[in-house]
Design a protein around this ligand. Structure first.
Ligand SMILES: NC(=O)c1ccc[n+]([C@@H]2O[C@H](COP(=O)([O-])OP(=O)(O)OC[C@H]3O[C@@H](n4cnc5c(N)ncnc54)[C@H](OP(=O)(O)O)[C@@H]3O)[C@@H](O)[C@H]2O)c1
Length: 380
């Protein structure tokens, strides 16, 4: 058995199912052991195990109070041994995502305080929990999503949340594409299914998700319109498959989109910018168009009355990757398609910025001030 990954204008790629089925025999964790990745919050059973041996310390970024990038502190933290259904992973590369900024600022509520941010990493398995089969020390695995805590040299993860990384893909590439690439996958393949003949509008087209989204939508046969804030980002968006690029800092993107589509409007808007673009995005849609509001880099969108959708019978959704990779099968298929598209050349991953993990504050400051493009990776 294997996973046949459809790849539109490329032959489909076969990924052996064993590669993606490591934890089929995993037992579910008792809920009392579902704990954040670092051990300070672990429950009595895990604590008892930890007292048997001297505590192992690793370096991690910790947030003790919400705020600007300066609240990201480089500290020693204790890490225990993996419990049932868990693995300990030594991280090789950690993906930086805008969601990390939301948690740091308190736009989204972290599950504990203090906490270690980060929702994406690639690393080597260095220990497996008792009774776990299908996962071995030395495996290179990737994860994206919950539990939070990837800004650390090592972390403990539920084994059923990780996927194996094909040996042809380096840890840095995998860490820059796991969360962002899976987001692009669910957006163009499942949330609104892009097909040849569609016209799509992608905001922040040169960003981490935006770059992959434009390449993928182009490969699916759509006409892609991208918005960006600078000339350099415009050049990148063009290379990434945008047929039209608009500098939305200097020009009215609604007028441009009307022009480009001869007044018809676009089939779908993928809007991750939020507050600053939401209303304009609605105005860019054709009758019965899809408004996919999947982020708020510029701020939270104001409440939308149903009546705002009525004049064009619009569809509105506010999706999240977590809810599109809820089951193990969804996770494996989504990651499998991303890795297959890298292997076949449909997706080119732009690792435009790398920082040492201890410099996470600088990386956050650069991401928030729109200085970055493509993916940003932290190296422990
Ligand atoms: N719903 C989900 O499941 C999901 C999953 C992943 C990501 N996301 C969302 O997707 C978006 C992109 O994430 P990413 O990690 O790839 O980040 P990113 O796109 O690399 O960075 C954000 C970009 O947004 C643009 N932007 C516009 N106004 C901004 C402002 N006021 N402040 C900061 N940036 C602004 C900037 O591009 P310009 O300079 O070109 O304007 C900036 O580079 C985020 O909103 C994130 O929350 C959602």
């Amino acid at each position: 058995m294997g996973l046949r990954v459809k790849s539109w204008n490329h032959p489909s790629i076969f990924i052996p199912k064993q590669l993606f089925r490591p934890s089929h025999s995993l037992r579910r964790l008792p809920s009392s052991l579902h704990s954040p990745s670092l051990p300070t919050h672990r429950k009595p059973f895990a604590r008892a195990l930890a007292t048997a041996a001297p505590p192992k310390m690793v370096k991690a970024i910790r947030v003790h109070q919400l705020g600007g990038p300066e609240v990201l502190k480089w500290e020693d933290v204790e890490i225990g041994e993996p419990g049932e259904g868990e693995i300990r992973v030594k991280n090789k590369a950690i993906g930086l995502n805008f969601i990390d900024v939301y948690f740091r600022k308190g736009v989204y509520k972290a599950p504990s305080m203090p906490f270690t941010p980060g929702m994406e990493a690639v690393g080597e398995v260095v220990a497996v929990g008792p009774g776990l089969t299908g996962r071995e020390v030395g495996d290179i695995v990737a994860y994206a999503g919950n539990p939070m805590g990837s800004y650390a040299e090592e972390q403990i993860l539920p084994a059923n949340k990780v996927v194996p990384v094909p040996s042809s893909i380096s840890p840095v590439i995998a860490a820059s594409v796991m969360l962002k690439g899976m987001t692009a996958q669910f957006l163009v393949r499942r949330c609104f299914k892009v097909e040849p003949g569609h016209t799509v509008l992608v905001h922040a087209a040169a960003g981490g998700v935006g770059s992959l989204l434009c390449q993928w939508a182009n490969a699916l046969g759509a006409t892609v319109i991208g918005t960006v804030s600078s000339r350099e980002k415009a050049a990148q968006a063009k290379e990434d498959g945008c047929h039209h690029v608009i500098n939305y800092k200097e020009e009215d993107f609604v007028l441009h989109v009307k022009d480009i589509t001869s007044g018809t409007g676009v089939d779908v808007v993928y809007d991750s910018v939020g507050k600053d673009t939401f209303q304009g995005s609605l105005a860019c849609l054709k009758t019965r168009g899809y408004m996919v509001s999947f982020g708020q880099s510029s701020g939270t969108v104001d409440p939308v009355p149903l009546s705002a959708l009525a004049p064009k019978a619009l569809f509105l959704t506010r999706p999240s990757l977590m809810l599109y990779t809820e089951t193990r099968d969804e996770l494996l298929e989504t990651a499998g398609e991303v890795f297959a598209n890298i292997a076949s050349g449909v997706l080119r991953v732009r690792v435009n910025h790398t920082y040492h993990l201890s410099d996470a504050a600088q990386a956050h400051a650069d991401l928030e001030s729109r200085k970055t493009s493509g993916s940003v990776v932290l190296i422990p």
